[in-house]
Design a protein around this ligand. Structure first.
Ligand SMILES: Nc1ncnc2c1ncn2[C@@H]1O[C@H](COP(=O)(O)OP(=O)(O)OP(=O)(O)O)[C@@H](O)[C@H]1O
Length: 515
């Protein structure tokens, strides 16, 4: 027997299960209840099934299914059996799945029975040996097969650097890349989260996020499991039903669009949130208006966090007032263990650290930072500095108190006539104008200036903001090079399932305006 502890993340999660395994661990919105013993037994049985397939260590298990407790069990079983979990967005269609499955070459693919025929064709063409579903189909479900397996399973030993998961990035700025996350990456972040937000065994997490993404899969689930806290599990987000469940919960993790949708419900009130301890937001910028409205309506101050597929969680606003106030518009402080710096890259000069409050490129290092992009060694090399920091691609600043603010993404930066234009600055001005709900500013090619900004604006319900008036008001406030050359008022901005505005799509839609 080796004397080094097992680095398998599942060993840490399992060790935190409550003493009484018959307590309820997960309850679903359609009335199902799973005890901690159920999680232990089912994850062992699925791990045994996976083990019986003759997969090699490091084999990838790709999963594209609707959110369900079974999908989480499959995640736990994959960890436990020492394989690599590869969750895929349920919105992906055939061409996208061809890319992901072709790139990842998973040995096992788990999909919905509705997609089985075409997923199976794609998977078999890529050399996948096993295709299962979680719901009923012609060949029986994965859980059905696992039902005949033993519920005894010894957690497979893993080293710190062994891969635990591959998470494809959202593809907000370009083609998705597979971020390789090791047991150390996931465990180090989970251990910080175990205590940072004051979790206890008595907490109840209302879980309404998808689980193919870093926030819903790792941040939410690890936090609850490591504290033996119960989860109320919503398959799909329904603001009315979520608000009705808040009195039974203590913690809610959301993305900005979920908060906006709940704010539109008259049932959201101080009383509905009386039992709640913490509301967390991340994955995309939370508008200051949403932050303020939430405070007024519920009496709670949303805690905004920041992270990415490649790094899991990087920063969080303070949990306790001793650490500081939660400041809207900022993403708080770097988490313990995370090294975060802001760097300036100026032509012909060596990179330098920015001053406090100076905007630059955010770079990070720490045990949470991924090992590289799957099968993209060149891309991986480009994204790390010679001294080992990962270039997040986000642009931001750190103020004198240490709060980090994300100003935008370097790929969204518009260089117009040689000047840097940060879309977030322009969007901030537009969003404050009367009748405006939100906006996105993107850069498009221009024959004279290289690039110019185009503003896409959404009005508040019942309001119809005027595009020319918006541009005129910006002209009164900002330097000429920052003014968008065109402005469009639309019904809504294109977003992905995590609520991120798809700027690449907007750029594409407007790329031929001036050329
Ligand atoms: N609280 C936040 N405020 C502002 N931006 C955030 C916040 N949390 C996350 N983000 C943004 O989300 C990004 C991480 O998202 P994710 O890893 O899902 O993929 P992506 O970067 O959107 O996709 P791709 O790299 O394929 O374009 C961060 O780099 C940052 O730009």
């Amino acid at each position: 027997m080796s004397s080094t502890p097992n680095a398998n993340l599942f060993a840490a999660l399992r060790a935190a299960f409550p003493h009484d395994l018959d307590e309820i661990a997960v309850e679903t919105d359609d009335g199902l209840a799973y005890s901690w013993r159920d999680l232990e037994r089912a994850s062992a049985m699925i791990a045994n099934l996976l083990g019986s397939l003759g997969l090699k260590p490091g084999a990838r298990v790709a999963v594209q299914v609707e959110k369900s407790v079974e999908a989480m069990l499959l995640y736990l079983a994959t960890l436990r059996a020492g394989y690599v979990f590869l969750p895929l967005n349920t919105a992906y269609q055939r061409a996208e799945m061809e890319y992901f499955i072709g790139n990842a070459e998973p040995e096992v693919v788990v999909c919905t029975s509705a997609n089985l025929d075409w997923v199976e064709r794609i998977a078999k063409a890529a050399g996948t040996r096993w295709v299962f579903t979680l719901d009923e189909n012609r060949t029986g479900t994965l859980l059905g097969h696992a039902a005949t397996c033993s519920a005894e399973h010894e957690i497979v030993r893993k080293a710190d650097d062994d891969l635990a998961a591959i998470l494809y990035t959202s593809g907000t700025t370009g083609r998705s890349k597979g971020a390789m996350l090791s047991h150390r990456n996931l465990r180090s972040n989970a251990e910080v989260l175990k205590t940072y937000w004051g979790w206890t065994h008595g907490d109840v997490l209302l879980h309404a996020l998808p689980i193919f993404h870093v926030h819903g899969l790792f941040v939410a689930i690890h936090g609850a499991l490591l504290n033996g806290s119960k989860m109320l599990w919503f398959g799909k987000f329904d603001p009315k039903r979520v608000i009705a469940k808040l009195p039974e919960a203590t913690v809610f993790m959301g993305v900005p669009t979920l908060y906006v949708r709940m704010l539109a419900e008259p049932t959201l009130s101080l009383a509905a949130c009386d039992n709640m301890r913490l509301f967390i937001s991340g994955s995309a910028p939370l508008l200051i208006e949403t932050f303020n409205d939430w405070q007024t309506r519920t009496g709670h101050t949303i805690l905004e966090r920041y992270g990415m597929s490649e790094t899991i969680m990087l920063t969080s606003n303070p949990y306790t007032s001793v650490q500081g106030a939660r400041r809207g518009g900022t993403v708080g402080f770097p988490l313990p263990g995370v090294k975060l710096r802001v760097r300036a890259y100026e032509d012909g000069k060596p990179p330098r650290d920015c001053e406090r409050d100076e905007i630059g490129n955010i770079e990070v290092a720490g045990p949470n930072v991924f090992a590289g992009y799957w099968r993209m060694p060149e891309k991986t090399k480009e994204e790390f500095t010679p001294d080992g920091f990962f270039k997040t691609g986000d642009v931001g600043k750190v103020d004198t108190l240490g709060y980090v603010t994300i100003v935008g993404r370097s790929k969204d930066l518009i260089i117009s006539g040689g000047y840097n234009v940060y879309p977030a600055e322009i969007e901030g001005y537009i969003n404050e104008m009367p009748g405006v709900a939100e906006s996105a500013v993107v850069g498009v090619p221009h024959p004279d200036f290289g690039e110019v900004g185009v503003a896409v604006v959404v009005g508040k319900p019942g309001a119809s903001p005027d595009a020319d008036a918006i541009v005129a008001e910006l002209k009164a406030k900002l330097a000429n090079f920052k003014i968008p050359k065109r402005c469009f008022v639309v019904d809504e901005l294109p977003r992905n399932q995590m609520g991120k505005v798809q700027k690449a799509l907007l750029r594409d839609q407007h790329k031929a305006l001036f050329i």
